[in-house]
Design a protein around this ligand. Structure first.
Ligand SMILES: C[S@@+](CC[C@H](N)C(=O)[O-])C[C@H]1O[C@@H](n2cnc3c(N)ncnc32)[C@H](O)[C@@H]1O
Length: 209
């Protein structure tokens, strides 16, 4: 009961604040500014990315959590392009095969319960020339102590942050899902607790047989 209240009425506001951390805003600008045309954003959240798209025409805003999406209303009203809410989960994308040129994920892959299934869906709906643009917080690969701490804290993080895993190796997961990278970089975001500071920013395409 108390947890449900937290999830519905407190967590969405915390999320909206946390996701506006300055280092996140800087990453959004780098990742999103040059994308053109139609875009599917998975885990749209409270719509913080909207201000950073400069050239897009239509955004499919996929967000399963209605309470979170509700907080995007003002940002959507100000957008200069069409924003279409898709209330669905990334594990079952309501799009035909090979239909999308751009898919965006910003700090969403940590929260998807069945990430392998979601990546298989992203692969299915992306065109052969399509690009997946992502920035995610990830598992450390060069610091065993922090990696261990991420493993220890993930069960608690999942409870307080709506299923968020601190310890996902997103690069490996994408590789296993048959994506290849156009570019990729790791960096440590400023002013975040060390355990959630390591970021992975990349653009990827489908590996074709
Ligand atoms: C940490 S928030 C990031 C929100 C937004 N992408 C941003 O950059 O501010 C993670 C988002 O993923 C959404 N999410 C969780 N599970 C999901 C799923 N299975 N499919 C799609 N989105 C999901 C959550 O509801 C939440 O809005």
């Amino acid at each position: 009961m108390i947890y449900k209240f937290y999830q519905q009425h407190i967590f969405p506001h915390l999320l909206n604040q946390l996701m506006q951390t300055p280092s996140f805003m800087q990453s959004r600008q780098i990742l999103l500014g040059n994308i053109q045309g139609q875009v599917l954003e998975i885990g749209f959240g409270t719509g913080i990315n909207l201000d950073f798209y400069q050239h897009i025409e239509h955004l499919y805003a996929l967000e399963p959590n209605a309470e979170v999406f509700h907080l995007a209303a003002e940002r959507i009203a100000k957008a200069s392009f069409k924003v279409q809410h898709i209330q669905a989960s990334a594990e079952k994308l309501p799009f035909p095969d090979q239909s999308l040129e751009h898919i965006v994920s910003t700090w969403t892959m940590c929260s998807i319960a069945n990430i392998e299934q979601a990546l298989s869906e992203i692969y299915r709906v992306l065109k052969p020339t399509g690009v997946l643009h992502l920035v995610e917080h990830v598992q450390y690969h060069d610091n065993e102590n922090l990696k261990r701490l991420q493993n220890i804290l993930t069960p608690v993080q999942k409870i307080i942050a709506d299923g968020c895993h601190l310890n996902r190796n997103i690069e490996q997961l994408l590789h296993d899902a048959k994506f290849s990278f156009l570019d990729k970089q790791y960096f440590d975001a400023e002013k975040l607790p060390k355990v959630g500071r390591r970021m992975f920013m990349a653009t990827a395409q489908k590996m074709l047989d």
